[in-house]
Design a protein around this ligand. Sequence first.
Ligand code: ZN
Length: 200
Amino acid sequence: MTTLDYAVLNLQYMSSLSYSFEEFSNDLERTADGIFRRAVPPLCPECGVLMSRNGYNAYCKKYIGGIKMGRYICPCCGESLEDDRSFWEELKKGLFDVLDVFYHQLRFYAVPYQGISAIMKLVFPRGKTTIYDAFTESVEKPYIPPVDYSSIVHYDEQHLKINGTQKFRLTLLDDATGRPIADELYDNKDSETIKAFLAK
Ligand SMILES: [Zn+2]
C-alpha cells in the first residue's frame, strides 16, 4: 500500500483514512516502483488499437503524500490517456472532511482561527485563512423561510408635500408583522386610484 506519510495516521480518529488504495482502485495494479496502472493497457478511445504504456503522471499533496498514475499512448494515432485517479481525489476529500469536523468542534468552543491553526500544526498544518475558508464553506447556509403574511392587512395613507406638490403615499401593512406589503406614491387619492392600488 502507498503510505500516507504523515502523523495523521497516529491519530485514532483518523484511522478510517488508512484504508488501502486497493479499495478504491480495484481495476488498477501497483508496480514495484509505485505506479498505479491497469494490468492490461486500454484500447485507444479514438481508433480501438491496444495502447502502449507511456510512463506516469505524479500527483502530490503536501502532508498527505503522492501517487503516480499510469499513462498510455496510442501507437497508431498518438492519442494519450491516463488512468482514473478518482480514488486519490476521494482520499483527499475524506481527509479534508475529517479536518472540517475538527474546525467545527474547535469553533464550537470559540477557539479563534489562529488558535485552531496552532493546534492543527500538531496534526496537519493549516493556515488560519485556509481554516476560515474551509469552515465557512462547510457551514450550511441558514434557511430563511418565506414570510407568511397574515390575512389581516392595514391600510394607511399619508399626505405629503414634495417640492410644493401634494402627493399621497398609500401603504398596506401586514397586521402580524407590521411589514409593508405595498407602498406607492400617487398624485391623488380618489377612489379609482385606491382601487388600482389595492388591486396590485
Ligand atoms: Zn488511436
